[in-house]
Ligand binder design. Structure first.
Ligand code: Q46
Ligand code: ZN
Length: 306
């Protein structure tokens, strides 16, 4: 059969069925190696409408896992409506046939304003406010829906870029939490996994195209000029010169981390000592009020939201 994609880091070229087999195998290995979840677990995938998260939902369904998805509508003009349409289309044409459902949270409906307006009100960069909102929404949906684990579509490029940023700034506490599987440290905090960490952005784009997954190609407009995009560019240059760089950088880190980091149980114990329920929403936090509730209180004080 005709080769449809060459993978320099594996020194191989694949036809479509073999490529799909390769992608599924990489995800299966990730799930097993990092003890992400089992056959009986209920999984909630965070979908954005991009190739990675939709490919992840597709792969987990095809591997036979019980996987629903959550889409958070951030209310970014011209972007959120398109990405929502792509997610809905995938849910209707693929996921429903597997008995899976799509959950929807709309920031505008819940908080009276979209993400950009909220960020302006509290004088924070949009992406930092967005991070807090997404973390809160995904965790809440996972806990309320009684899911065992929450999965995100972060790929090898994302994780290598994040690692580069954390190393450049010696963000040790972030380095500690950069593994592909974070345990549910306390009641009220969902376990989080990244089953695509063995696959690159290019491989996932190829998977989406070959399997006719209709995804939003444009990046979120807020990502423009971000450090993450710069780190990805740098790593792509290195990858072109020496294929396998991203893989050896991130997987090498995981290997070293595996030999030095404390076992997840002791990490959970450490977190458990620090976290307790937010007095406003009940989600775990190290302060009295969680960062999401603080943010919304500040936004409401800054300007009355409808
Ligand atoms: S969605 Fe949100 Fe990203 Fe858009 S506003 Fe920034 S953080 S760029 S992954
Ligand atoms: Zn709270």
């Amino acid at each position: 059969m005709k080769a449809v994609i060459g993978l320099p880091r594996h020194n191989a070229a694949f036809c479509k069925p073999c490529f799909n087999g390769f992608v599924h195998e990489q995800v299966a290995r990730a799930i097993k190696a990092e003890r992400m979840f089992g056959r009986d677990d209920r999984i909630l995938v965070a979908v954005s409408g991009g190739k990675d998260s939709l490919a992840l939902w597709d792969i987990l369904l095809k591997l036979g896992y019980r996987t629903d998805a959550l889409y958070v509508d951030l209310g970014i003009p011209g972007y959120s409506s398109t990405s929502h349409t792509k997610v809905q289309h995938f849910a209707d044409t693929v996921a429903t046939a597997h008995g899976a459902k799509l959950l929807l949270h709309t920031v505008q409906e819940e908080e009276g304003a979209g993400i950009r307006e909220l960020a302006d009100l509290i004088h924070r960069p949009t992406c930092s406010a967005c991070g807090t909102i997404k973390r809160y929404q995904f965790n809440r949906a996972a806990i309320e829906g009684d899911y065992d684990v929450m999965a995100t579509g972060h790929n090898l490029d994302d994780e290598a870029a994040r690692l580069l940023g954390n190393v450049l700034h010696w963000q040790e506490e972030y380095l500690d939490k950069q593994g592909p599987s974070l345990p549910a440290s306390v009641e009220g905090f969902a376990k989080k996994v990244k089953p695509l960490y063995r696959l690159t952005e290019r491989e996932l784009a190829a998977y989406a195209v070959l399997n006719r997954i209709d995804y939003i190609v444009e990046e979120c407009p807020m990502a423009k000029g971000s450090k993450m995009l710069l780190y990805k560019e740098v790593l792509n240059r290195l990858e072109t010169e020496s294929p396998g760089t991203k893989q050896s950088f991130y997987w090498g880190f995981l290997e070293k981390q595996g030999t030095t980091k404390p076992a997840p149980t002791s990490m959970a114990a450490k977190d458990q000592a620090l976290l307790h329920p937010c007095v406003t929403c009940g989600q775990p936090t190290t302060a009295d009020i969680c960062s999401y509730c603080k943010m919304m209180a500040r936004a409401k004080a800054g300007a009355p939201l409808s």
